[in-house]
Ligand binder design. Structure first.
Ligand SMILES: NC(=O)c1ccc[n+]([C@@H]2O[C@H](COP(=O)([O-])OP(=O)(O)OC[C@H]3O[C@@H](n4cnc5c(N)ncnc54)[C@H](O)[C@@H]3O)[C@@H](O)[C@H]2O)c1
Length: 341
């Protein structure tokens, strides 16, 4: 089997999860890391025994590097992904696909014309409860899905924002709790429920008003084309990072995700369907356990010449949903699908 050469752009908080997954695969070698901060580039290169670059564009001509992981701030995803896709690289970008929908569309266009594939890190789709929920919806084993809710109550400190050059600003983060933290849960809700016909929502900055431009709290109500109703609440204004809570009510039972376990409530009885894995993944608990699974799966698809399933077309859906919530919040009206932007 040929060895695939890989690179990571952006050597910040999330990059060790990518480097760890790369190291755990046979016939894959991390050949370079790139970070505009020279200290970060050199230190990370030393840690992984690879080359350290300060300009990602040096990767574009490298024939020995076909796989590039994008772990940079949101506003840089579009420019970097487009350059890399034009150079024929396979690009696995961290969420969100881009910091706004027009930039995301530029990536979709580049991906359509590239010899490389685009994958987006929505690793929570690989969590056991998420996969089980999706299976149950697809099999119809609990009857029709009627409604669902997702609740994310997390905390982000003033320092988290003050110590970052890009978080908390519209131009660089593209949004607040919706765009950065709860995008995973919004992605799951739209993945479970299918196409959305309308969204009504509102955003506020409840506790970090003096610190950030963007919202720290949001709620929304979605109507899906199949009639399913979805409710969502997300905040960074809590005092701890509580596990994400999900509830999906079907005609013949209810699925509940609590403390990362999945339960079925049916006929007056609660049954445990899945528990979180015992092994620590090295990341923060609220990042979930799916990073390694997703990265392995992306490489397996590339090796087999299959199309990776969480591509740009799939990943822009959560971004469009978020744009819909912002638009609804501004106009104080329900926003119909297709009129988000
Ligand atoms: N999937 C998840 O659960 C998850 C969790 C955390 C972060 N993320 C995502 O990962 C991405 C990075 O987040 P982070 O928390 O690691 O951020 P970070 O600020 O810790 O790291 C970003 C790195 O990018 C570097 N950088 C900035 N401009 C650059 C440029 N022009 N060229 C090369 N490097 C540059 C910075 O120097 C920094 O080292 C974001 O998209 C974020 O949303 C995803």
């Amino acid at each position: 089997m040929n060895t695939l050469g890989a690179a990571i752009i952006g050597c910040g908080a999330i990059s060790p999860l990518h480097a760890g997954a790369i190291a755990s695969m046979e016939n894959v070698q991390l050949l370079a890391v790139a970070d505009s901060d020279p200290v970060q580039a050199v230190q990370t290169a030393q840690t992984y025994g690879c080359e350290g670059l300060t300009d990602y564009r040096e990767l574009l001509e490298r024939r020995d590097i076909s796989m590039v992981h994008l772990c940079t701030p949101h506003h840089l995803h579009a420019r970097m992904a487009v350059d890399l896709l034009k150079a024929g690289k396979h690009v696995l970008t961290e969420k969100p696909l881009a910091h706004d929908v027009p930039s995301a569309r530029m990536i979709l266009d580049a991906a359509e014309h590239s010899a490389g594939q685009l994958g987006v890190v929505f690793q929570n789709r690989y969590n056991d409860p998420s996969m089980r929920i999706k299976e149950i919806i697809s099999a119809g084993s609990l009857g029709k899905l009627l409604c669902m809710k997702g609740i994310v109550t997390w905390t982000r400190s003033e320092e988290y924002y003050r110590n970052s050059s890009w978080r908390g600003r519209w131009a660089t983060e593209g949004g607040g709790v919706l765009m950065n933290q709860t995008i995973h849960t919004l992605d799951l809700l739209q993945w479970f429920g299918g196409e959305i016909s309308a969204v009504q929502g509102s955003v506020t900055t409840d506790v970090l008003d003096q610190v950030i431009e963007v919202e720290d709290s949001a709620h929304a109500c979605f109507t899906f084309k199949n009639g399913v109703r979805g409710l969502f609440y997300g905040t960074n204004a809590y005092a701890v990072n509580s596990p994400v809570e999900l509830e999906l009510v079907f005609q013949e039972g209810t699925l509940l995700q609590r403390r990362d376990c999945l339960y079925l409530w049916k006929d007056g009885q609660e049954t445990l369907l899945s528990e979180p894995p015992a092994v620590s993944t090295g990341g923060k608990s609220y990042w979930g356990t799916g990073h390694s699974r997703l990265i392995h799966d992306f490489y397996a698809h590339i090796r087999d010449g299959r199309k990776f399933w969480i591509d740009g077309v799939e990943a822009i859906k959560a971004l469009e949903l978020i744009a819909g919530i912002y638009r609804s919040s501004e106009s104080r009206r329900e926003v119909a699908s297709g009129q988000h932007l």
